[in-house]
Design a protein around this ligand. Structure first.
Ligand code: C2E
Ligand code: MG
Ligand code: MG
Length: 753
């Protein structure tokens, strides 16, 4: 069987936890966010760096352009120095050339040494500026004075121009010191300057603030929507002024600068997380499913194993009888069929023995089923000891066993086996603390002569068994040809017995017993006959065993008692009033608890004294079911009914019961009388029995007296009564009466010969 499922390790449990995929997703989310912000930060740094570059390059350009223009103004101043008397027209022409060359100037001016604007190009539009004193503030004046003295350039800060708008002015002194002849000044408009310096792209993309000495001086592209998270400042190195350029990018510039990587990375990582957790979920489901499948498989395996065990058990039960543990009938028959087919090939014989326990039914009924079961088990144990490779023992049911003997060489093998079986019953069986003597009757059928197939063999063994029972139990009988016919008859009779009582087909015959002491007939034995409608008058042996088997004997026995009492009642007031009638009671009849009451009732209802009736019982009644039978017989005895032991000497060797039971009469079995005059043994036994009985105060009847020699022997040995064909055969009542009346029932004139 498979090992039981081991508990998953904490690791596996963790992997299978439903929260695991969520955890994986969260980890990926954290990584995605980390990467997103990390890359974005990097991105911002890059943007800032780009912005710094932009700012720096703008500042550099401003510086450069500014210096170029300052240099141009200075050169113009130098030309003025070189030609101090230059006419206004030439100067204006010169200035126009400059303006054309350097498109950024708003105007070029000549300012006299009193700081008043004298000449100006272009003149149109700037007329108002002519005559304007550019030292309009002390700071300006000081700066101009200083430039006049040093000869250095002066650059005004961002100022409101006289011409309008904002701008700045570069002043280049013409001669320095005392020789100063004013300044050549270049006026820039800030917008123009800025537009000149910056590309249109830069103008769209940035707001540019110019700080002069830290003070906001000029703002370019002020209205642009900017992204205030970025800004970059760069200082512009110009003579005399301290400018700082602050560049703030527009939102669109920042957006353009921004890379898609943070978002892409974030989305990719998120997708990966989602995929990984989904995959984990899938793997979990697969694992769980696998585990469930494994579990189901294990359960299935266990179930299959269980079923196999049950099937094996069933198979064993199918072949074995649960009570006795022996092979059961079905298995035995299957095995027998197999055995027969082998025997057929090997030309061997096979014996089938049917064993029936004698009087088992009676024991079972009176001592209980528990007792019956235990007895069957004990018997089985002994019989099973005979089993070997040639012999199989089985329990057939009820009180029947079957034995199959293979490889039978000759009939002695079977007789040997029968002897062994009989030995099994030699010792009494210890059941429920008491020893019980049990015998068995056997019927034997031998293959191939008694049947070629299992069914025939079985049926014939059964028939043989029945015949053996008829012969008086504790014996065996081989099946012979002809038994079959008897069996058919037996079955028919069994069927007919159903109607016999109702149809009043039974009759009592009477056989007189001659009292040797008084030479008179004082008693008769009632022997039943069946007036069969087709078969004629049948002797008791043809139907009494059948009736015993079927249980009908109880009713028949009651009928016999009634018929006998009826006869006694008839004789009561006549010449035969002295006659006693002996009726035969089988063991089965005595098992009936109410039989004594019945006898009493019948006696009373017919007004017959109890001592007119005698009951004959065979020896086995005194041996088996002792307690019950003793009780029954004691009650009968108390009533006054005579008790006789029938067929004495054939059944049992024990004589102890003679002491315990209230016996009046003992009937020596016919088998001793037949040869009593020829066989010394029989003579000795008969004499001994007569003496024994007399010593116990019991009278003796000799059965089956057929010859005068026998009679003489019995007379000589003081036998009390004789019964036999010598005196009379069993005859109907009327015949008996006639014989009695005629006085012919003496030894000289036997009746019915
Ligand atoms: P049993 O009680 O021993 O009866 C004596 C049997 O011996 C009778 O046979 C009788 O006919 C026979 N017999 C008597 N004298 C002689 C003789 O000189 N020579 C020979 N060869 N036979 C003789 P039956 O009538 O055939 O009865 C056979 C047995 O049937 C009886 O043996 C008895 O055990 C049984 N039986 C008869 N009637 C009844 C009955 O009403 N109830 C029961 N339960 N059994 C009965
Ligand atoms: Mg009898
Ligand atoms: Mg007898």
């Amino acid at each position: 069987m498979d090992k039981p499922a081991s508990a998953p390790t904490p690791f596996v449990r963790g992997l299978l936890n439903p929260a695991f995929p969520v955890l994986i997703f969260l980890v990926f989310l954290a990584i995605a966010l980390g990467l997103y912000f990390g890359i974005e930060k990097q991105d911002s740094k890059q943007i800032q760096a780009n912005l710094d570059n932009e700012a720096l390059s703008m500042a550099n350009r401003l510086e450069r352009e500014f210096l170029v223009h300052a240099e141009a103004i200075r050169r113009m101043a130098k030309r003025r120095e070189a030609a101090p008397d230059i006419s206004r027209e030439i100067w204006e022409q010169d200035a126009r050339n400059y303006l054309a060359d350097f498109g950024v100037y708003q105007a070029i001016e000549w300012i006299d040494d009193n700081f008043v604007i004298r000449w100006m190009e272009p003149y149109e539009g700037n007329e108002d500026a002519i005559g304007y004193n550019v030292a309009f503030s002390p700071e300006r004046r000081q700066a101009l004075e200083e430039a006049k003295t040093t000869g250095n350039l002066d650059i005004s800060g961002v100022i409101d121009l006289k011409q309008g708008g904002q701008g700045l002015v570069i002043y280049a002194p013409v001669f320095s010191g005392e020789a100063n002849n004013g300044f050549i000044a270049g006026v820039f408009r800030m917008e123009v300057l800025a537009r000149h310096l910056l590309t249109s792209r830069a103008l769209e993309s940035f707001r540019i603030d110019i700080f002069d000495n830290g003070e906001p001086a000029y703002a370019l592209n002020q209205s642009a929507t900017t992204n205030s998270s970025f800004s970059s400042s760069a200082s512009v190195e110009l003579p005399t002024i301290d400018w700082t350029l602050t560049v703030t990018p527009s939102a669109s510039w920042v957006n353009n600068q921004r890379s898609d990587w943070p978002f892409v990375t974030f989305v990719v990582m998120l997708c990966m997380g989602l995929l990984t957790s989904l995959t984990t979920l899938l793997v979990q489901q697969i694992l769980k499913r696998n585990r469930a499948l494994l579990k189901t498989r294990r359960e299935l395996d266990a179930e299959i194993h269980q079923r196999q065990a049950v099937q094996q058990n069933l198979a064993r039960l199918e072949t074995t009888d649960t009570l006795t543990g022996l092979a059961n009938r079905r298995f035995f028959m299957e095995d027998l069929a197999h055995t027969l087919s082998i025997a057929d090939r090997q030309m061997r014989q096979v014996a089938l023995v049917m064993i029936d326990l004698d009087r088992f039914q009676m024991l079972n009924d009176s001592l209980g089923h528990q007792f019956g079961d235990e007895l069957l088990i004990k018997v089985s144990e002994r019989l099973n000891a005979l089993s070997d490779e040639k012999i199989m023992v089985a329990y057939s049911g009820g009180d029947e066993f079957m034995v199959c003997q293979q490889h039978v060489e000759d009939i002695d093998d079977v007789i040997n086996l029968l002897g062994q079986i009989k030995q099994c019953f030699d010792e009494p069986f210890d059941v429920q603390g008491e020893k019980h003597r049990v015998t068995a009757t056997m019927g034997v059928a031998v293959y191939p002569q008694s049947g070629l197939d299992t069914d025939t063999l079985l049926r014939n063994a059964d028939i043989a068994l029945y015949r053996a029972k008829e012969q008086g139990r504790n014996t065996y009988q081989f099946y012979t040809e002809g038994m079959q016919d008897r069996e058919v008859m037996r079955l028919e009779l069994d069927k007919d017995l159903n109607q016999a009582l109702a149809n009043d087909e039974f009759v009592l015959y009477f056989q007189p017993q001659l009292d040797l002491n008084h030479s008179s007939i004082n008693s008769v034995e009632a022997l039943i006959r069946w007036q069969h409608p087709r078969r004629g008058l049948l002797p008791p042996l043809d139907f009494i065993p059948l009736a015993e088997e079927s249980g009908r004997i109880t009713d028949i026995g009651r009928w016999v008692v009634r018929a006998a009492c009826r006869q006694l009642a008839k004789w009561q007031d006549g010449p035969y009033a002295n006659l006693r009638i002996a009726v035969n009671l089988s063991g089965r009849e005595l098992d009936d608890e109410s039989i004594v009451d019945h006898i009493q009732d019948v006696l009373e209802s017919h007004g017959v004294p109890a001592d007119r009736l005698e009951v004959e019982l065979t020896e086995e009644i005194f041996i088996q079911n002792i307690e019950h039978n003793l009780n029954q017989l004691s009650k009968l005895h108390k009533l006054g009914v005579h008790l006789a032991i029938d067929d004495f000497g054939v059944g049992y060797s024990s004589l102890g019961y003679l002491r315990d039971f209230p016996v009046d009469l003992l009937k020596i079995d016919r088998s001793f009388i037949t040869d009593v005059t020829e066989r010394h043994d029989d003579a000795v036994i008969t004499r001994a029995v007569i003496n024994l009985a007399h010593n116990l105060g019991i009278q003796v009847v000799a059965e089956g007296v057929e010859t005068r020699e026998q009679l003489d022997f019995l007379k000589n040995h003081r036998c009390d009564l004789v019964q036999g064909y010598l005196i009379s055969r069993p005859i109907p009542a009327a015949e008996l009466e006639k014989a009695l009346t005629e006085g012919v029932l003496n030894v000289d004139t036997p009746v019915g010969t």
